[in-house]
Write a protein that binds this ligand. Structure first.
Ligand SMILES: Cc1cc2nc3c(=O)[nH]c(=O)nc-3n(C[C@H](O)[C@H](O)[C@H](O)COP(=O)(O)O)c2cc1C
Ligand SMILES: C=C(O[C@@H]1CC(C(=O)O)=C[C@@H](OP(=O)(O)O)[C@H]1O)C(=O)O
Length: 390
């Protein structure tokens, strides 16, 4: 499976085209819209989220509630576009109109794509860079991920996420009773945190950062239950599922690190306390006594829950900007201020959940029979029986 996205933050639309979905899979716009609404929430988001109500229009690939096997296209309108038609218009401008557009951006923000992107593509107006480097694009990444999540759900695979740290404040509740319980708690938390007390402290830290014209980052965790054993492969570097998951997380705007299971902690522990002992049960087959390696060994799933963490740096646009250089005059200036979030870690946890869901669904579709959805279900059931009886 593959997908592309197109669209600028303040342009008319965001679009994704998904290719390779099985035919005959139930899929409704509302399956996707629910997930888009989750991405818009979270304490610390800026005013843009009050302007948008992200919903998809299905452009093709679905008939009477089922996939056709042809590419599925999903379109999200930017409500904000109506305020930007002149600045972001697609027709050529005459000189007077060009002069009218005073918001040419020449002072790159440290930490954003502005300067490198401007040098790379030769844009003297860095709006041409920031419009696409903006995390607004994650809207359609979530739309594609929602389709993947639906496929996984129909196969009995559950995906969830939560925030484990913001601005140095850690959630003291690390474990969850069940994925359903985790969802119930985090969906009701403004920072998507399992620990109510820590959640309140996180909100305070976000408010303080905002009041100081600053921003803060954090750590998110994605958990997946029900993956068949042996998805991914050890035989070639580009088929290793842990590598694909790491790339998916690192591709999210502002993500700077990934951990699988105990991650970096493994460097400080002996092997006897890192590796998970193998056990066997007549009914359920093989599993592990513990899950420190987060459900992945040898680039493949081992049947235990997947645990993938990602670290998000603080948002680069600061209302008290850092020093920068004007690319026209070469003088030192404070960087441009764009309307901005002060913390988007809760929203980013939803993005991470969908980035992971995409990789897993894609690995499954690539590995098992997938022309017909019913055939895929049967193939996985047979594979699970094989693994249980092995
Ligand atoms: C959900 C989400 C919302 C974001 N909101 C903002 C924002 O309002 N302002 C900003 O400067 N960066 C924001 N970012 C981060 C930038 O998009 C990101 O830092 C930038 O594209 C540069 O890429 P890099 O940080 O990965 O190097 C956001 C990221 C995510 C995931
Ligand atoms: C629009 C979204 O996030 C945006 C990501 C973003 C950035 O620079 O990454 C900048 C802000 O956009 P704006 O400049 O319109 O205020 C965020 O709100 C979104 O998540 O839908």
């Amino acid at each position: 499976m593959r997908y592309l996205t197109s669209g600028e933050s303040h342009g008319p639309k965001l679009i994704t085209i998904i290719e390779g979905l099985p035919a005959g899979m139930p899929l409704l716009a509302e399956d996707i819209n629910e997930e888009l609404a989750r991405r818009q929430k979270g304490h610390g988001r800026g005013r843009r989220m009050q302007i948008e109500t992200d919903t998809v229009e299905i452009g093709g690939g679905i008939r009477h509630g089922y996939t056709l096997g042809s590419p599925v296209s999903l379109i999200v309108e930017n409500n904000d576009w109506k305020h930007w038609t002149k600045i972001m218009g697609q027709d050529p401008l005459d000189d007077a109109e060009a002069n009218d557009i005073k918001r040419k951006i020449s002072r790159p923000r440290p930490g954003h794509a502005d300067l490198n992107g401007a040098i790379k593509y030769g844009h003297r107006d860095m709006r041409n860079v920031l419009e696409r480097s903006s995390a607004r694009e994650t809207t359609v990444r979530v739309a594609a991920g929602a389709v993947a999540k639906k496929l996984l759900a129909l196969l009995g695979i559950k995906v969830a996420s939560h925030v484990v740290e913001i601005g140095g404040i850690k959630s003291k509740v690390a474990d969850y009773e069940s994925i359903e319980k985790l969802k119930e708690i985090t969906e009701n938390s403004p920072v998507r945190c399992l620990d109510e007390e820590a959640g309140l402290e996180m909100m305070k830290a976000i408010d303080e950062a905002k009041a100081n014209g600053d921003s803060i980052g954090g750590v998110v965790e994605v958990i997946v239950e029900g993956m068949p054993i042996g998805v991914g492969s050890y035989v070639h570097y580009d088929r290793k599922l842990d590598a694909k998951l790491a790339a998916a997380i690192m591709s999210i705007n502002a993500f700077k690190g990934v951990e699988i299971g105990i991650g970096f902690e493994a460097a400080r522990m002996p092997g006897s306390e890192v590796h998970d002992e193998i056990i066997w049960d007549k009914e359920t087959g093989y599993s592990r006594r513990t899950n420190r390696l987060g459900g992945l060994e040898g680039g493949m799933t081992n049947g235990m829950p997947l645990v993938v963490r990602g670290v998000m740096k603080p948002i680069p646009t600061l209302y008290k900007p850092l020093k920068s250089v004007d690319i026209d005059t070469k003088e030192e200036f404070t960087a441009s201020i764009e309307r901005s979030d002060s913390c988007a870690v809760p929203a980013a946890s939803v993005v991470a959940e969908h980035a992971v869901a995409w990789e897993l669904a894609s690995a499954i579709v690539d590995q098992f029979y997938s022309d017909r959805f019913e055939g895929l279900v049967a193939n996985i059931a047979e594979h699970n029986r094989h693994a249980r009886e092995f």
